[in-house]
Design a protein around this ligand. Structure first.
Ligand code: SAM
Ligand code: SF4
Length: 393
């Protein structure tokens, strides 16, 4: 059993045009010291919600965690330890960093505190594109940050954003060449996702070019020895993110901070609960819980902030998360968690997806995975594998 902690740090230099995460331009939110005091209170309140012991992973995400003074990150890790959530060398401790927000002093503070994985929001090396989506950094600053990481010989990942308005296959090819020169052990390429009518939905590459982009990324990375262990995640062997894997492996996780989600699989079909995503509400909820211990979501959270999963929801999650991974949906795991009737129900749906060419049966018949076409059209497969109440016995 693995267990991980996610900590949300909602501070940014600027708001990127495409971003929908719960985060603020730094001048629009309380000073970091005040926010970390709320996190400290939340840790005190929820420390008994999960069994204490060794943490497999800690992930500081955002926002831009590298923007706040490193002392806060160091102190938070210490607070987890003092509440019985211990970390050692085997704990994967990741921090998301934006280019030009780290320097050697910060790096040394992180490393001393046990941070051992860095995720860099590079997005693209095309300065005009960076500017067009309101990114604060330029490609030279990204390179400087990556070289700083390399000089410390640390494990790091890069986020790449593609299918931006005005982006061509040639621009993407240049990005990929640059990335392969840098040779990070882990890369997360994300296709830009914006709602219909969004300012960035105009001028994007046509759908068929987007599919070519997906294919270009896959070929370049697989050709360079990366494995695609999940739809949007590629790693050199042994460098898969443990924290990401925990989400897809149905393990417990505790989310701390603004908008952070937690999952507890121990009761029934599992429980999800999440924090408010507006800072004012988050602050007032944490302050209202002062001196209290979190016991059950029903006691401590409004109805809109938790969900006791039913079997059909848990089966839906299981299908989606296992098919996102390269090892696929395994018959043995399906049977173990959901029993024979669910396996019968699912076999029919899966067989239909095999006929359409989006899924294939594993060679030893132990399960199913997405085909190349299925990876591109995964939303179609996930739609077919979304179950409603009453559909699953
Ligand atoms: C929450 S962001 C935090 C990382 C960091 N603040 C940054 O922007 O570099 C994590 C990643 O999500 C991706 N992302 C954010 N908004 C997205 C969108 N609308 N569509 C696709 N990917 C997105 C970006 O690649 C980003 O690096
Ligand atoms: S820096 Fe990252 S988290 Fe902040 S607004 Fe931009 S994409 Fe979102």
């Amino acid at each position: 059993m693995s267990f991980g902690v996610y900590v949300h740090i909602p501070y940014c230099l600027q708001r990127c045009t495409y971003c929908d995460f719960a985060t603020y331009e730094q001048s629009q939110i309380m000073p970091p010291a005040q926010y970390f005091e709320l996190l400290a209170q939340e840790i005190r309140q929820k420390a008994s919600a999960f069994p204490k012991g060794h943490l497999s992973t800690v992930y500081f995400g955002g926002g831009t965690p590298s923007l706040v003074p490193a002392e806060h990150i160091v102190s938070l890790l210490g607070q987890l330890t003092s509440h019985g959530f211990t970390q050692d060398k085997s704990t994967e401790i990741t921090i998301e960093i934006n280019p030009a927000t780290v320097d050697p002093k910060k790096m040394e503070q992180y490393l001393k505190a046990g941070v051992n994985r860095f995720s860099v929001g590079a997005q693209t090396f095309d300065d005009a594109l960076l500017k067009s989506v309101h990114r604060e950094h330029n490609s030279q600053q990204t390179l400087d940050t990556l070289h700083l990481l390399k000089s410390y010989d640390v494990n790091f990942s890069m986020d790449l954003l593609f299918a931006l308005p005005g982006q061509t296959l040639q621009i993407l090819e240049r990005d990929l060449r640059k990335i392969l020169e840098i040779a990070p052990p882990h890369i997360s390429p994300y296709c830009l996702t914006v709602p219909e009518g969004h300012v960035l939905s105009a001028g994007r590459p046509m759908e068929e070019v987007q599919l070519q982009m997906f294919e270009m990324i896959r070929e370049a990375l697989m050709g360079a020895g990366f494995g695609r262990y999940e739809i949007s995640n590629f790693a050199q062997p042994g460098f898969e993110s443990k924290h990401n894997s925990l989400y897809w492996d149905d393990e417990n996780y505790w989310g701390i901070g603004l908008s952070a989600h937690s999952y507890d699989r121990r009761r029934g079909w599992g429980t999800r609960y999440w924090n408010a995503s507006a800072i004012g509400l988050y602050e007032s909820q944490i302050k209202a819980g002062h001196g209290q211990q979190f016991t059950e979501p029903e006691q401590n959270l409004p109805q809109a902030q938790f969900e006791r999963l039913e079997k059909h929801q848990s089966l839906t999650d299981f299908c989606h998360t296992s098919l996102r991974r390269d090892r696929g949906l395994l018959r043995s795991e399906l049977q173990k968690k959901f029993g024979h009737p669910a396996e019968v129900l699912l076999s029919g749906v899966l067989a239909h997806q095999v006929e359409t060419g989006l899924l294939r049966v594993l060679p030893d018949k132990s399960g199913w995975t997405l085909t190349e076409e299925g990876l591109l059209l995964s939303n179609q497969v996930f739609g077919a594998l979304t179950f409603l109440a009453g559909e699953v016995g």
